[in-house]
Design a protein around this ligand. Sequence first.
Ligand SMILES: Cc1cc2nc3c(=O)[nH]c(=O)nc-3n(C[C@H](O)[C@H](O)[C@H](O)COP(=O)(O)OP(=O)(O)OC[C@H]3O[C@@H](n4cnc5c(N)ncnc54)[C@H](O)[C@@H]3O)c2cc1C
Length: 341
Amino acid sequence: MLQFGKFERPATVEEALALLQKNKANRILGGGVWLRLQDRRIPCVIDLSACGLDRIELDDDRGAWRIGAMVTLHQLECHEDFNASTCGVFEAAVCDIVGVQMRNLATVGGSLYGRFGFSDILTALLPLGCEVELAGAGTVPLAEFATAKAYERDILTHLVVPAHADLTAAFICVRRQSTDFSVLNVAAARVGGAWSVAVGARPARAVLVGSDALGLPATFGAGATPARVAEDGSVVPAILSDEDAAALEGALDAFAALTFGDNMRASKRYRRHLARELGRRAILEASGLAAPIAPAEPAFRAAAGEDHASAAAEARDGLGGSTLGFSANAALDAAKEADAC
Ligand SMILES: Cc1cc2nc3c(=O)[nH]c(=O)nc-3n(C[C@H](O)[C@H](O)[C@H](O)COP(=O)(O)OP(=O)(O)OC[C@H]3O[C@@H](n4cnc5c(N)ncnc54)[C@H](O)[C@@H]3O)c2cc1C
C-alpha cells in the first residue's frame, strides 16, 4: 500500500521545489494515478494543484502552446484549438487510455515525467519539437529529457508545444484490445519539409528518428494518389512516385533497425514488423495519403456528459473504426505468418 508521511500543498512552484529537495525520497503528486500503484512509504508528497499549473495557453510571442503540468489528459484532449494546431495527435494518442474518468485525473506533467516505456503521450509529442520547462534545470528539449537519466530532483512545470502553421502529423498505435497498453506506437511529423518520427512502446522509452536517418524528401507525397476506400470496403493503397516509394522503404528500414524487446504483449519480432507497418501508415497519413482511419471524433472530444461506451461504439461503427480493425488484424495475421516461417 502507498503511504504518505506528510501531505503538502504549496502555493508556489518555488516552495514545492524546496520541499522536494529536502529529502530525496520526497515525491511530487500529479494525478496520482500511477503513483498509487506503488507499495512504499513516501516521507512527504507534494501536491502541485495550488501552484497555478492548470492552464493551456497560446503564447503568441513564442509561437507555441504552453501547457501547465497539472493540466489533465482529458482537458488537453478536449482543447479544440490545441488539437487543430497539432493535427490531433495528442487526442489520437490518449483516446484509448483507460477511460475519461481516469484521464480526468492523470496529468500531462506526471505522464511526461514518468517517461514510461509504454507511453503513447511521449511518442505523440516527441516529433512535434516540444520542450519541457523544469523548475531547477530550466527549459530542455523533450527529446533530450526523454532519454536522460537526470532531472530526478526537478519539477516539470510546463510542456511547450510549437504551433507550426505548416505542421502535418499523425499518430498510430496497435493495442491488442482497446484500453490495453500499446503493443507499439508511432508518430510522424513534417515541419518546413523536415520529417521526424517517434517509435514507442518498443517496449522501452520512445525514440526519435530524425530527418537525416529517415531520408524522406521535403516534397514527399507531392503528386501522389491518396489511398481510398472502395465501394466494397477494401482499401486501395496510395500510389507514390518511384522516388518516394524508394525513400519510404529507406525510412522503414530505419525503424526496423531500432531495438525492440519481448514482453507479455508481443515479441520483438512482431514489434519490428509493426514498426515498419505503422511507420508507413503514419508517414502516409501525415502526408494526407492514407485512407481515413480511426478518427477520435466524435467520441472522445465530446466528453461533456456523453456516455463513453456509446460514443466509442459510434466511432467504431464509422468508416475509420472498421478500417483500424482491418489494419490491426491484418498486421496480426502477417505477424503470425512471419512467426510460422
Ligand atoms: C491502469 C493504467 C493504464 C494506463 N495506460 C496508459 C496507456 O495506455 N498509455 C499511456 O501513455 N499511458 C498510460 N497510463 C499512464 C497514464 O496515462 C499517466 O501517464 C500516469 O498515470 C501518470 O500520470 P499522473 O498524473 O497520474 O502521475 P502521478 O502518478 O501523480 O506521478 C507519476 C510520477 O511522476 C512524478 N511527477 C508527477 N508530476 C510531476 C511533475 N510535474 N514534476 C515532476 N515529477 C512529477 C511523480 O512523483 C511520480 O513519480 C496508464 C496508467 C494506468 C494507471
